[in-house]
Each structure stands twice: as C-alpha cells, then as structure tokens.
Design a protein around this ligand. Structure first.
Ligand code: BT5
Length: 260
C-alpha cells in the first residue's frame, strides 16, 4: 500500500479540501479508484513519480520523477455530470485556465483530451468511471508537463510534447502548479454543479477552436463525416455539408474531431 508523504488542505468548495501527496505510486488514477470507499468526494492525489502512468487505451504516460504535475481527483458526480465528455471538458478548461494563470499562454484543447500550447502537447487527461452496486465514481487524471526540456522529449521519442518550462522559459514548481490547478478545478466544477454548464461549454468550444471551420469527424467504427462545424456543445456537433444539409451528431458518436 502507498502512504502519503504529506496531506494538504485548500479552502475550496470541494476539490482539494483534502490532498494526499505521494513520492511514488503506480498510477494516481488507479490509487484513487482503490480509495473510493474511504476518501471523500473531491479528494486529490498527487505523486512525484508513477511507475505505471496510463493514458487512454492502455497507452503509457511518460514522466521523469519530479518533472510533472501528476494528479487525480476522485469524484462522485451527479448523473447529469457523468458523461465522460463533460468531465473531460471540465478538466481541460480548468487546466487551460491554470496554464494561462501560470504562464500567460493560451492552450488549445485537442479533441478529446489533450491540451496543446503552440501546437505541442503539454497535458493529457484521463477520465475513468467505476460503477459498483452502491454508486458511480469518476476519477479525473491529469498529467501536466512542468520542467522537461525539448532534448528530454526528443530522447523519450516524444517530439510533439512540450512543458510549461519550455513555454514560459522559467521554472514552475509542482506545488505552485498544483495550487493554481486545484483552485481552477474546484471553481469550474462548482459552475457545473450549480447549473452553469453553459459557461464551461462556451470556454470548451472556444478552446477547441474549430467553430465555422471545415472538419473531419471520426466515428467509433472508423468511418468519417466531413462538413463545416456550425456549432458544438455537450449535446452534439452541428455539421453542415456542401449542399447546406445540417446534421446534429451526438458526442458519443464522435471519437475524433479535427480540422479537415
Ligand atoms: C492521455 O492519454 O493523454 C492521458 C494521460 C493522463 C496521465 C495522467 S497522469 C495522472 C493520472 N494517472 C495516470 O496513470 N494517468 C493520469 P492519451 O491521449 O492516450 O495519450 C498518451 C500518449 O501521449 C502516449 O502514447 C504518448 O504518445 C504521449 N505522451 C506520453 N507521455 C507524454 C508526456 N509526458 N507529454 C506529452 N505526451 C506524452
């Protein structure tokens, strides 16, 4: 079992009122899931190092010890906030706001779960849900690169990655990054809980940056739809084809969205 090195408390509404800080774990997402029976809604886990950091579909999240903010939030979301796209959008908007506060840089959201600065990936988000007889819990995992250099990413065969250090030319320590991010996560989650979903939605679609553009939608089965993106929201994507025919595509039917 892993034992936290420190416990922090922030004066937030929910997220980060309790923060467990570890030297080394397998994966903060895996650990958060195992603590769901004993830890409260909104508890945050942070680790300096992960021995089995995960991305989507079994992919690996690479992070030299101490180089990144590796964080997971354990949530008991109400049913209307459970769709993974809403939780992904919430986390992405909060991370983008934190990046802006920490570096002055505007981050773009790359569908569905990456944050890019100047076209390179600075953060990945992994939302996982676990359903038991008693409840549904969600774990939102965030890996935010802080101090890696371009040479380090090249050596790790990640030439498309960047860090806040590269972006800002300065040093951003993980405690400062964690404090800023936890407050943003709390603020944005609170907006969702009090019914201000549209505010998060507006920020999300602006940061995706594809409105009005020609796009390609990839569906889970591998087929694609192309057209002009007229509008988008948590209810779906509104696409217009060359004949002016408009379709609304539910987000569950979208595995990728990119400029086309
Ligand atoms: C993600 O997956 O981008 C989600 C990553 C989530 C990581 C956090 S860390 C805290 C929590 N605990 C965990 O175990 N996970 C979460 P995906 O979209 O599948 O992207 C994974 C791909 O990103 C890899 O296959 C690499 O190509 C690339 N990658 C790996 N490490 C990276 C890094 N540090 N920076 C940028 N790209 C990276």
């Amino acid at each position: 079992m892993f034992t936290p090195r420190e416990i922090w408390h922030f004066d937030t509404e929910r997220i980060g009122r309790r923060v467990l800080v570890y030297d080394r774990v397998d994966s903060t997402n895996s650990l958060a899931a195992t603590l769901s029976q004993t830890e409260p809604d909104g508890v945050v886990l942070i680790a300096d190092e992960q021995t089995a950091g995960r991305g989507q579909y079994g992919r690996t999240w690479v992070s030299r010890p101490g180089s990144s903010l590796l964080l997971s939030v354990l949530l008991h979301p109400p049913s209307e906030l459970r769709p993974p796209v809403i939780l992904t959008a919430w986390a992405a908007v909060a991370v983008a706001e934190a990046i802006l506060a920490l570096t002055g840089a505007q981050a773009r959201i790359k569908w569905p779960n990456d944050l890019l600065v100047r076209g390179k990936k600075v953060c990945g988000i992994l939302i996982e849900q676990h359903t038991s007889a008693r409840e549904v819990i969600a774990v939102a995992g965030i890996g935010l690169n802080l101090t890696q250099t371009a040479d380090e990413f090249a050596e790790a065969n990640l030439p498309e990655a960047t860090s806040l250090g590269i972006v800002s030319g300065g040093l951003i320590d993980s405690h400062t990054a964690a404090s800023v991010l936890i407050r943003k996560l709390d603020l944005e989650y609170d907006r969702l809980l009090v019914g201000e979903k549209v505010a998060v939605e507006a920020d999300w679609k602006w940061r995706i940056g594809l409105l009005g553009r020609q796009v390609v939608i990839e569906h889970p089965g591998g087929e694609t739809t192309t057209g002009r993106l007229r509008d988008m929201g948590f209810d779906g994507l509104e696409i217009e084809d060359t004949e002016g025919f408009i379709r609304v595509i539910a987000l569950e039917a979208v595995s990728h969205l990119r400029a086309g």
